[in-house]
Design a protein around this ligand. Sequence first.
Ligand code: PLP
Length: 340
Amino acid sequence: MEQAIDWKNLGFEYMDTGSHVRAEFKDGQWTRPQLVKGNQLNLHIASTCLHYGQACFEGVKVFQRVDGTVACFRAPTHADRFASSAARLCMTAPPSELFIEAVATLVRANRSYIPPYGTGASFYVRPLLIGSSPIIGVHESHEYIFIVLGLPVGPYYKNGLVPVRGLVQEQYDRAAPNGVGHVKAAGNYAAGMLGDKEARARNFDISLYLDSATHTFVDEFTTSNFIGITRDRRFVTPDSKSVLPSVTNNCLQQIAADMGFTIERRPVRWDEIGNFSEIGACGTAAVITPLYSLTRGSETLTFGDPKTPGPVLSSLYAEIQAIQYGTKPDRWGWIHPLST
Ligand SMILES: Cc1ncc(COP(=O)(O)O)c(C=O)c1O
């Protein structure tokens, strides 16, 4: 039963839309994606996803745009990253066309859950891949289930583009140097939950991880990349093999370059953080989260005004949102129209 949705007050919380899309890999081939009613899955108790974490996912956004059309943001890029996550976890990914067809099928079936233009909300799509063969030795599955679910969301942080307080995690690392930090492995997020919970208990909004080997360089936040802006118009972001290649970060780099910023993708030392005039976290869910402060042990660095986001991050945010919602032209071919 569909409820009346208060679009303007949506948070980033699960909502049941009554259906999802599913495809299965069996006997060496993928089935066509099918719309499935309900939200339950029947899974073998010895599935590799349950015991050995053979699971990866994506986070994709779909927008109703100013002209009334519905479009998915950078669908092929997300499909490619999904495939690289799967490959690192020894899983069989759906081909890119199947990934995009599944998203399109979900959106068609969930038309009434796509937030109208002007509400500031969007439709968040969560593709998930799990190993489903019953295998009790540590080996890869030969059967996979690909699920795509979606739900309307508002801003990830309730107050929108308002600066937050960050904590550098000293006690826990996110990703081993040659591990799986560069892919969207489900287990990466379980590994970050304790640190995040402890940070929240101390009134921090977001956790930043340094490189696991030396704690000298900045890696990324639990669910977003690090970006720093300098007064002399440089856009700086860590180049690290333990960081997820963020689609949002890639977009922001192109937008910033277009605005005349010099883009620097390089190792970013912790001890240069104080040189940035603005720092932020970026990712699909929140787009950009400016940080007002960053605490490491007894040291706290602050950036700008605690209540107002800095001018550069504000304009990058406005620009990417304008492209997503169609009030500015799609200069780089990021918009993937969907029929509804
Ligand atoms: C660990 C991590 N880093 C960065 C990001 C941001 O990536 P994207 O901009 O593709 O959403 C995410 C979210 O997907 C993430 O989970």
